[in-house]
Design a protein around this ligand. Structure first.
Ligand code: AOF
Ligand code: ZN
Length: 327
């Protein structure tokens, strides 16, 4: 099989994995599988839910006895057996079905697998190939899983919503609403895709947010880093729509380790500025998502009445961005 065809079928396996909602399998990975024989696809499938059958048995069931002699394309190495595992070994299932070649994007970062799946297939006589050009895509597909397996802590995304002049709140202390309804809906979708969302006590006191996905999907676990601040049990973040964890005086690294133990693979840190600064100072931020509203909040009493740019123009100036417009 040519490298170009290998790439094409592996890309198809990624497309199958991406169709699965990230929370469905979390904290386990999304995995896609394509079976090819004589240049034709004879089966495809994905791992669709935590504790449910993996991508490989789903795909083998689809192909039946035609799987013998076929090539399996996988976004991640097939799993090997280990104690406490919920499903049987996929490497063994592929070997038993007579798969003669396995092409995968990445090894399984789970230290209990880490190459043992491919080794088992080689011992069974199958050829195994890894396409390193897909490694980054495999990691992006399952950021949380890779982070948990490698670092025992979640992948941390810092989310911030700012005015053009860099303010997260107006003079009244309110950050509702710096950004408009579309940006807020995008944040609700983000919350539905990630395992947990974290804020500091200041944000709970100033904004009283619910931190739910507002109907965009499953609610994330809510995490409040409260320090010594007193919070009302009637704050919306403690309502019954989703579980909430409150941390008192642990270091953020200890908070992340604890969240990792609880299976939180992806964490959205929503603020406020004190929490953002603490995460950045501790070097615990992996990704940033910054919303910029075309308004100027300096001196404004309320975010809703702040001056706005009418038709902002965005351009790139070296490594910086220029956003300009008439008020
Ligand atoms: C695969 N294909 O589709 C997935 C894999 O407890 P279990 O049986 O569900 O096993 C979970 C482990 O299996 C997980 O930690 C990861 O190492 C691997 N995930 N492997 O071959 C799949 N989802
Ligand atoms: Zn498996």
């Amino acid at each position: 099989m040519s490298r170009a065809l290998d790439r094409k079928f592996l890309a198809r396996a990624f497309a199958l994995a991406r169709r699965v909602h990230p929370r469905a399998t979390s904290p386990n990975p999304r995995v896609g599988c394509v079976l090819v024989k004589g240049g034709r696809v004879i089966g495809e499938g994905a791992h669709k839910g935590f504790g449910r059958p993996h991508a490989e048995p789903n795909t083998l069931a689809f192909a039946g006895s035609r799987a013998e002699g076929a090539t399996a394309y996988l976004t991640m190495e097939p799993c090997a057996a280990f104690p406490g595992k919920k499903t049987p070994s996929c490497a063994a299932a592929l070997a038993a079905a007579g798969i003669s070649r396995v092409v995968c994007a990445s090894l399984d970062p789970n230290p209990k697998v880490a190459g043992r799946g491919l080794a088992k297939l080689r011992r069974a006589g199958a050829k195994t190939v890894r396409l390193p050009e897909f490694q980054a895509e495999a990691e992006t597909l399952n950021r949380g899983f890779f982070s948990l397996m490698r670092r025992r802590r979640p992948w941390v995304i810092l989310k911030t919503a700012l005015s053009l002049d860099g303010k997260a709140a107006a003079a009244n202390g309110k950050s509702r609403w710096v950004t408009g309804p579309a940006a807020r809906a995008a944040v609700h979708r983000m919350r539905a895709e990630l395992d947990a969302i974290l804020v500091g006590a200041g944000t709970v006191l100033a904004d009283n947010p619910a931190l739910t996905s507002h109907g965009a999907g499953k609610n994330p676990l809510r995490v409040v880093v409260a320090g010594r601040r007193r919070l009302s049990p009637r704050a919306r973040v403690f309502d019954s729509s989703a579980p909430t964890l409150t941390y008192r005086k642990q270091a953020l690294s200890a908070v992340l380790r604890d969240l990792g133990r609880r299976g939180v693979g992806t964490l959205l840190v929503e603020g406020g500025p004190t929490i953002h600064a603490a995460f950045l100072r501790a070097g615990l931020v992996d990704e940033a998502r910054v919303f910029l509203a075309p308004k100027l909040l300096s001196g404004a009493l309320d975010p809703n009445t702040a001056p706005r740019l009418k038709a902002p123009k965005v351009s790139r100036v070296g490594d910086d961005w220029l956003i300009s417009g008439v008020l």
